[in-house]
Ligand binder design. Sequence first.
Ligand code: AMP
Ligand code: ZN
Length: 458
Amino acid sequence: MIRLHNTLTRQTEKFQPIMQGKASVYSCGPTVYGYSHVGNMRAALFSDLLNRALSYNGLDVTLIMNVTDVGHLVGDADVGEDKMIVAMRREGKTAYEIAEFYARAFFQDLERLNVKPASKYPRATEHIPEQIAMIERLERNDLTYRTSDGIYFDTAKLPEYGRLSGQKSEEKLAGARVELGEKKRATDFALWKFAPEGVRREMVWPSPWGEGFPGWHIECSAMSKRYLGVPFDIHTGGIDLIPVHHENEIAQTLGADGVPEANLWMHSEFVTFDGGKMSKSLGTVFTVQDLVDRGYDPLAYRYFVLGGHYRSKINFTWEALDAAQNALNKLHEATRAWPRPADTGDPDYLERFLAAINDDFNTPEALAILWNLVNDETVPLEVKGATILRFDQIFGLQIDRYLGKLIEVPDDILELGARREAARVAKDWTESDRLRDEIAIRGFAVEDTADGPKFRLV
Ligand code: AMP
Ligand code: ZN
């Protein structure tokens, strides 16, 4: 039984897939107007954790992650320019070139973080007809109105609006100092924006309402329906998407198609830097490439993220990343000397691990179980190996690249090892200990096994 926290009900619930043996998941992906930072990558790592954990439980997962390449405005409240247009001006490139460039960088980061590819990464600009069709359905259901700059969703006409964030439309209106403009309510949002003067032609499409481009939220409702059908099982995203983007997605699907978009909504918390915000102006924004440039293995960041529960804030510091890198090295090195894994793992450890994962993805607990196993001398090494490879189907720390793979030992170290072995045979313990120390100074530990001396890095 898998228990998952549902933002919509604020409860941890038993997961019951719509179709037995299958799971359909939609994750909000990047807006490709700039590099994704390590905070953004946490949302992708959470989507990957969900994908891996459901697969581990034997479910056949379809995961869709969109790529936003139009419609995401600088201000979330339907004001400001499209983020892609800002990037076009900044870099003197076409929208297509910008999207290609940053989408590629994002996919490279996914690969470096060992994220399993989604089933599909649909792009907003490739699904304009579906978005227009959905807005037409909303219009037929009398849920839209027109202003001088676009077509808007009339949230007052949908009594269910606001359920996800638990915030009433009027409260938001009272609390926020939002420029209403021609909008009737603060929570109303753009479905279609008319092309303002001077917008590049490539960012403009014809529509029944005139030339323009879709609002940001409609792409997710349209593409999730297109690829998963609605309702589907689980929708994910970063926690900041709850009050506007996801609320609006729910309203669109309910308004256009009369059904909930997804049964379960899951959100990953933010990453802070040194206890504060990740912000460009403060210089506290780092990309995966920045970590690589500083000599870290991207998987150290993956390990760091696994160390916190996905619903807790995690605080990124260089010390924390050092600790994660050290733990990861230790784990990889420990497994090098292990023999070929057995066919099956240790049932007790596997059960405890699955219980932690299926308890709303308690990865800190699952990592603690992993270290218990590594240090447990009662479990034979080949059984440890089989167990840890199973764990790694969820952790994704590429243990298979290290397990049983002894490192290349330089000839002179082998020579020192052979001399030490001879000293041991001659029972010259002083000389054998001296040679062990000499080997240790060179960074290797030597272990005496039935097959002769074995080396590992210290
Ligand atoms: P964007 O590319 O700006 O649309 O953001 C992509 C995802 O990253 C969204 O789901 C955000 O919720 C998430 N996100 C943005 N900043 C952070 C952060 N500091 N920590 C964790 N997630 C973040
Ligand atoms: Zn979305």
